[in-house]
Write a protein that binds this ligand. Structure first.
Ligand code: HEC
Length: 124
């Protein structure tokens, strides 16, 4: 009776050991995909933003979207997000954020929105 119990628990722990080993392999295989291109056509704007700027929330992107299509439109129409490169957008936002009287968090949300939307559109 005792022997059977020992054999049973031995078998169980071997199964668990094997199971964990398989799981570990899968986890490291997942890591390898990190060396692949950062974004792709199947990714949503939020996925792109979260991959490039970890911690970005959908609320930030929504806020940036609203700012772009309201505050930034007070003086002129706004161009497509794809019109400028990332560096140029940085310069434009440095010049325009004070004109639109944006706070630092608002400016940062707007930048996250514009750059991720730009990349999303360019990937399509
Ligand atoms: C108070 C009015 C005003 C507001 C608000 C404003 N802009 Fe402008 N914007 C201007 C003026 C004036 C120009 C053209 C002269 C210049 O570049 O300063 C301009 C030019 C631009 C250009 C063209 C730059 C280029 O090099 O072709 C872009 C893009 C732009 N604004 C984006 C924005 C964005 C994004 C916002 C919101 C953060 C914004 N603007 C808010 C007045 C404004």
């Amino acid at each position: 009776m005792k022997k059977a119990y020992i054999i049973l628990s031995l078998g169980l722990s071997m199964t668990l050991f094997f199971h964990c080993g398989v799981k570990k392999k899968q986890a490291s295989a997942g890591k390898d995909t990190k060396s692949m291109p950062v974004t792709g056509p199947s990714m949503t704007q939020a996925e792109i933003a979260q991959k490039r700027w970890p911690g970005t929330t959908q609320a930030q992107l929504d806020n940036g979207n609203t700012i772009y299509h309201t505050d930034c439109k007070k003086c002129h129409d706004v161009p497509a997000e794809t019109k400028f490169g990332e560096e140029k957008w940085g310069q434009i936002l440095d010049a325009m954020a004070p004109k639109a009287k944006l706070t630092e968090p608002q400016k940062s949300d707007l930048k996250l929105y514009i750059l991720s939307q730009r990349e999303y559109l360019l990937n399509q």
